[in-house]
Design a protein around this ligand. Structure first.
Ligand code: PMP
Length: 436
């Protein structure tokens, strides 16, 4: 990084500060999604002016290597020109009709091709809508009320999931939100990730009452936590034994862990799958789908009601289809190589600074945990030193690296990141570790 760039990243972000003050007058906490407020790391959230490739520029003119990438959707970086051209073309035809378009069929066909377990798919405008609708289908299909989720997993902000939830809920220390009725929370049972026995025990204690187990097959929302060998296979078996449906929430892992998502990479077949983020290529798209017999319960074929004014929106479908059309096996090889470089560089820098650091990584997703031992579940994630992470975050930010503003989130790489970006990040990290 040039000296000028480095210097530019220091000092007060005056314009961001002014905007943040103004925003707080009219928006709760000044943001439209809590983790953007930098509460876990302190300081002024940067208001973004623009992004290109792997970099973003804030309103004070500072440039950062971005590892948030809109929290995952931007697998191909910011503002890919070819995608912008397609979006521009699509806009000329009108932005929304509330009537079907061919684009929705093309998207659905593409999703089915990449994830054959998704026989029928319904598009929504967010991941939250996808997960809450999938649960509704599962409850209708099984005629059961309870669900099992895992402590520290995040499935969006619907009532049923805000029980021991990860991501922003965990960051802000409100894993179970006020405002969720006790009767709703009572229907959500929590098991421990990577602990099959905890699932078995809940299934046995609630015979014929559990509609579904919902799981992030690779967790992104208490920081990145991969599944132990055999864990998801074991959960699949328990579900089969008890007539419970298995829902994979692949909002993060879908198209991130390979063209077929976690289910393709691990060879496990869920009954229903939830998607979001990459599927929209940076515009608002979610989706849920799976077994034909289950999805045929959804209106207008079946009685399970779910709808959306902007679902399948043509501009969002155009952006998503462009992204899905770029997917091939080579990009995952490149992302794996970059991820490995970043992991090795961070570990090496931490070692030299004598900072205890654990890195969990799966391909282009990783989390450096300031933790004394392996992080494998909610309990071990909570042992991480969040204050050390906050100092590390600030030290990186001051050197032009924009990491997720919370210990309990994944870092996202994109195909727009290059070895140069990784080198820049590692040299910033070398200095940042000495300030932890
Ligand atoms: N599921 C998972 C695994 C997620 O990571 C998220 C969002 N971070 C959601 C669901 C909710 O998606 P959205 O924010 O689009 O509602």
């Amino acid at each position: 990084m040039s000296i000028l760039r480095r210097l530019a990243a220091y000092g007060k972000p005056k314009r961001s500060q002014r905007l943040f003050e103004r925003a707080q007058q009219v928006i709760p906490g000044g943001v439209n999604s809590p983790v953007r407020a930098f509460k876990a790391v302190g300081g002024i959230p940067r208001f973004i002016h623009s992004g290109r490739g792997a970099e973003i520029k804030d309103v004070d003119g500072r440039i950062y290597v971005d590892y948030v990438m809109s929290w995952g959707p931007l697998l191909f970086g910011h503002a890919p020109r070819a995608q912008l051209r397609e979006i521009n073309d699509a806009v000329q035809h009108g932005t929304s009709f509330g009537a079907p378009t061919e684009l929705e069929i093309k998207m659905a066909e593409r999703v089915h091709k990449l994830m054959p377990n998704i026989e029928l798919v319904r598009f929504t405008s967010s991941g939250t809508e996808a997960t809450m609708s999938a649960i509704r289908v599962a409850r209708a299909a099984t005629k059961r009320g309870k669900i099992i989720k895992f402590a520290g997993c995040y499935h969006g902000h619907a009532d049923a999931f805000l029980v021991q939830a990860g991501s922003g809920a965990l960051t802000l220390g409100v894993p179970t939100s006020p405002g969720v009725p006790a009767s709703v929370a009572a229907q959500t049972l929590t098991a421990d990730y990577n602990d099959m026995r905890s699932v078995e025990q809940l299934a046995e204690a609630n015979l014929d009452q559990i509609a579904a187990v919902i799981v992030e097959p690779v967790v992104g929302n208490m920081g990145l936590i991969p599944p132990h060998k055999g864990f998801l296979e074991g959960v699949r078996t328990i579900c089969d034994r008890h007539g419970i449906l298995l829902i994979f929430d692949e909002v993060i892992s879908g198209f991130r862990m390979g063209p077929g998502g976690a289910q393709g990479a691990l060879g496990i077949k869920p009954d229903l799958t939830c998607l979001g983020k990459i599927i929209g290529g940076g515009l608002p798209v979610g989706a849920y789908g799976g077994r034909k017999d289950l999805m045929e319960l959804v209106a207008p074929v079946g009685p399970v009601y779910q709808a959306g004014t902007l679902s399948g929106n043509p501009i969002a479908m155009t952006a998503g289809l462009w992204a899905l059309n770029q997917i091939n096996t080579k990009i995952y090889k490149d992302l794996e190589r970059l991820g490995a470089l970043l992991e090795a560089g961070l570990l090496d820098a931490a070692k030299d600074a004598r900072v205890p650091l654990q890195i969990n990584r799966v391909g282009s997703l990783l989390t450096p945990f300031f933790a004394p031992g392996p992080v494998v579940d909610y309990r071990t994630a909570l042992q991480a030193d969040t204050k050390a992470y906050a100092r590390f975050f600030q030290a990186l930010l001051g050197r032009g690296v924009y990491a997720p503003p919370s210990q309990f989130e994944a870092w996202f790489l994109s195909t727009a990141h290059s070895e140069k970006h990784i080198d820049r990040t590692i040299s910033a990290a070398r200095k940042a570790f000495t300030e932890v």
